[in-house]
Write a protein that binds this ligand. Structure first.
Ligand code: EPS
Length: 396
């Protein structure tokens, strides 16, 4: 699709030697250091409810190309994140040696996982060959791309943040209008929740799930502050930012639903309580006092914060497994049990930030272009001048 100027690709298996990400289409002259990426990678590893794997990994990005002396070159940026666990899996994951003792095929699919559908689609007899790439480990590579996108957005005063709104039965209390400052300490909550009381209850719910051999899902919210009106378009369906943000969130493993603004709750409300009324002030121009639309009207940013939520299903690997049937024999058998997380909603929220940052960076570059960051900045400044000059003049 030609409007996708900023694009990326990831590669790598969960227990292979490394994850790789390549992104291209960013302007030259953007300051970028591995530390910008590592801070997001570390945030993705946070969260009460993760399994033993997070004790093994300390994700760090190595920038291999596209950056010189701390600034982007406008060429493809390749990044590598090593899997520390690889050393324990070399035999199982060997690209060339035939499978043998110690790498016997896994044949009992987990309900809710990609195991069976993936084995059928690709003609694979060993579920290991499916789960290695279906694993959410891949999201570390996406977070590295998201961190690069975030660096671009930061140059334009756009901040993308997230918090956990629900884990299993525990819902956080809603604050009507959040500001960037509200997120300063969200990573200090063990479940990345803004409501202290709900945080404690969420932790208790996760501990109880762990004891019961269960897993828990939840809801996270991503908010982008500082947006310029006019990103995205209604000109073609695929350009609508709502679909692009929703699709990006739904592409995260285990996400089963996404909504923008008041989302599904809008179904129950009359129009007069749903739409954000417009006001005009000589200093701030056109503005709204509410944000039910979640910052998008007609698939275009309207200058209000972009608010998107996504629901994550409980992870399908259960230590008290569900019933399944063996792919090799057809015999009933309890589903595959692997080391896994009990709840990964706090981590998924950080992945959600990355996905939203990527879509916003793409939309920004679509509108303002620029092989060089200075060109992009000038284009944004000229656009903002035009918006201001089009404001109605006070009547004398
Ligand atoms: C995952 C299973 C677990 C998670 C993993 C995602 O890994 P392992 O099978 O090695 O215990 O910890 O998440 C990550 C490795 C990660 O970096 O997020 C799965 O099946 O999706």
């Amino acid at each position: 699709m030609d409007f996708m100027n900023f694009s990326y690709k990831t590669a790598g298996e969960s227990h292979g030697p490394e994850l790789t990400a390549i992104c291209e289409g960013l302007p030259a002259g953007l300051r970028l250091a591995a530390a910008d990426i590592d801070s997001d990678l570390a945030r993705r590893q946070l969260g009460f409810g993760r399994g033993g794997r997070m004790k093994i990994e300390t994700d760090r990005a190595v920038i291999l190309s596209g950056v010189r002396h701390g600034f982007t070159l406008g060429t493809p940026i390749a990044m590598r994140i090593a899997n520390s666990d690889w050393k324990n899996w070399q035999k199982v994951m060997d690209p060339e040696a035939p499978s043998g003792k110690g790498s016997e095929p896994l044949t009992v699919p987990r309900p809710g996982h990609a195991d069976l559908a993936g084995a059928q689609k690709f003609g694979l007899g060993d579920i290991r060959s499916v789960l290695e790439r279906a694993s959410a480990r891949e999201t570390a590579a996406r977070v590295s791309v998201g961190a690069v996108a975030r660096r671009l957005l930061d140059e334009f005063g756009i901040a993308v943040v997230s918090h956990v709104a629900r884990i299993g039965p525990v819902k956080a209390r809603r604050t009507a209008r959040l500001s960037p400052e509200d997120f300063a300490r969200v990573d200090e909550s063990p479940v990345r929740c803004l409501d202290g009381q709900a945080s404690a209850e969420m932790k208790r719910a996760i501990s109880a799930a762990r004891r019961q051999g269960e897993s828990l899902g939840g809801v996270f919210e991503v908010i982008a502050f500082g947006l310029i009106p006019g990103l995205g378009s209604y000109a073609s369906g695929l350009e609508r930012l709502g679909g692009r943000i929703g699709g990006a969130l739904m592409s995260i493993p285990a996400i089963k639903g996404a909504e923008i603004g008041d989302g599904f709750a809008l179904a129950a409300r009359p129009g007069s309580t749903v739409h954000d009324e417009l006001f005009f002030g000589l200093r701030k121009g056109f503005y709204r006092r509410t944000n039910h639309a979640g910052g998008l009207e007609g698939g275009i940013t309207n200058g209000e914060p972009l608010v998107a939520r996504a629901v994550m299903k409980p992870i399908p690997t259960l230590t008290r497994p569900l019933r399944s049937a063996d792919m090799a024999t057809g015999q009933p058998s309890p589903a595959l049990r692997e080391r896994s997380d009990v709840c990964a909603v706090p981590a998924a929220a950080v992945v959600g930030e990355a996905m939203v940052a990527i879509e916003l960076a793409r939309a920004l570059l679509e509108k303002f272009g620029g092989d060089c960051i200075g060109d992009t900045k000038e284009a944004v400044a000229a656009y903002l001048r035009r918006l201001r000059s089009s404001w109605p003049q006070p009547q004398s």
